[in-house]
Design a protein around this ligand. Structure first.
Ligand SMILES: Nc1nc2c(c(=O)[nH]1)N[C@H]1C(S)=C(S)[C@@H](COP(=O)(O)OP(=O)(O)OC[C@H]3O[C@@H](n4cnc5c(N)ncnc54)[C@H](O)[C@@H]3O)O[C@H]1N2
Ligand code: MOO
Length: 405
């Protein structure tokens, strides 16, 4: 077992232990959001399907309109209409125009369009007050070309990507099976909300943070409830977890004699590492329990959330084959001072704001890892290397939480 390793070494150890999930399934478009594409997708169509009009106006032979102006309007005979979805089947001959609408294919013979606001309708004809513009025609395949791959395996299916798949002609999408992620809380003092709170008790919040964090990363949370501080009960709980891709435990990984998760994994599992040089979340543990990867999150609510973000989220991304980064940093000017830890990298909770001068970040105040409120009031983690504090105005690295830039 490795101990006291860096965040980078811990992440590398975790990622080297997990293989991407090979199974996939087909789901209708409306169920594809927040899933991960399992195959490259080539367009089944051209978009636009034909050279079409980008504006409402008149399709004309451009060379006939060059002299058109308010003082010297050009008159053409309107021989038909081309609404979107009902293309004009004839041809635009010299002296003629066809009333055309945005998205309709440009009829044969026409090569430019005059916008309706630059025309005056006059019985069976139309006066053009400006020359026609060829740039108001969109060309076949400007957006999508038949057979070309525009969505790649590993893509996180957000609104725009699902929409693009629809535009390419797919009614359903192949997506990677969701990793099943067990969430197990430990601790005699931990009580489910809704139950009376005994003296010294604490409501289970970690499980609920993890359900949301697992879903946000693309996993399927499997809530396994809470086991009390008893080795036997913990063992029975672990024996009955069923088919999982990852087990998250919360609590029980520190130095105390009731820190059962660590003790059980020490004796019956294989601990890859325990304790990482970071705060909050230093006592994090990563192990293998009978073939199941186990990420042991420290019990303090902030530690649990931060450690999941730094390690659990990238682990799920690897299982899913997601190609977007699990998190990223931006530079921001410190609006308050941030204190250092002499021997560990710290992740302080801060409020990241966009101002006309750029990003600024302000501390949420009390940085104790028991203050869950800091994860609600803050929207970002300020990263400070061991021994490195920040003064007001210093540029610091910040990891935005819950939104991507
Ligand atoms: N002698 C030492 N003691 C501690 C150390 C240390 O290095 N030496 N590290 C501290 C740090 S840092 C952390 S973080 C915690 C982690 O401890 P555990 O993972 O063993 O967690 P517990 O002791 O079970 O709980 C810690 C804290 O979190 C509360 N908790 C636990 N589960 C939940 C839950 N599901 N929902 C809400 N809150 C929960 C629990 O009541 C405790 O207050 O260890 C320090 N100790
Ligand atoms: O690392 Mo603990 O997570 O500071 O409280």
């Amino acid at each position: 077992m490795r101990q006291n390793i860096s965040v980078e070494d811990a992440l590398e150890s975790i990622l080297s232990q997990v293989r991407p999930i090979a199974e996939s399934e087909a789901v209708p478009l409306n169920q594809a959001y927040q899933r991960v594409l399992a195959q490259d997708l080539a367009s089944k169509v051209y978009h636009p399907d034909a050279d079409d009009s980008a504006v409402d106006g008149y399709a004309v032979r451009g060379e006939e309109t060059i002299t058109a102006s308010v003082s010297t309007p050009v008159r053409l005979e309107v021989v038909g209409e081309a609404p979107a979805g009902r293309p004009f089947s004839g041809e635009v001959r010299p002296g003629q125009a066809v009333a055309i609408y945005t998205g309709a294919p440009v009829p044969k013979g026409a090569n430019a369009v005059v916008r309706v606001e630059d025309t005056v309708r006059d019985g069976t004809g139309v006066w053009l007050l400006k020359p026609a513009n060829a740039a108001d025609i969109r060309h076949r395949g400007d957006d999508l070309r038949l057979g070309e791959v525009y969505l790649h395996r590993g893509a996180w299916l957000n609104a725009a990507r699902v929409a693009l798949a629809a535009a390419m002609g797919y009614p359903s999408l192949p997506v990677v099976r969701r990793p099943r992620v067990g969430i197990l809380s430990t601790g005699d003092e931990v009580v489910e909300p809704g139950q009376p709170l005994p003296y010294g008790g604490v409501y289970n919040s970690n499980s609920y943070a993890l359900v949301g964090q697992v879903q946000d990363a693309g996993g399927e949370p499997v809530v396994l409830g809470k086991v009390p501080d008893s080795l036997e009960v913990l063992k029975r709980g672990l024996a009955g977890v069923g088919q999982l891709d990852l087990l998250l435990t919360s609590g029980g990984v520190s130095m105390g004699k009731y820190d059962l998760v660590r003790r059980l994994l020490e004796s019956e599992g294989n601990i890859h590492f325990w304790r990482v040089k970071l705060q909050p979340g230093g006592p994090v543990l990563f192990a293998d329990y009978r073939g199941l990867p186990v990420l042991g999150l420290p019990g303090n609510p902030v530690s649990s959330m931060v450690v999941f973000h730094l390690f659990g989220r990238p682990l799920l991304f690897k299982l899913l084959g997601r190609t977007d980064p699990p998190y990223a940093g931006v530079q921001a000017a410190a609006a308050t001072a941030f204190g250092a830890n002499p021997s560990k990298r710290v992740y302080r909770r801060g409020v990241l704001r966009w101002t006309p001068q750029g990003f600024t970040v302000e501390s949420t105040g009390n940085q104790s890892s028991g203050v869950l409120r800091s994860m609600v009031e803050g929207n970002a983690l300020v990263v400070l290397e061991a021994g490195a504090s920040a003064k007001v105005g210093d540029s610091v690295t910040v990891i935005p939480l819950g939104f991507t830039i």
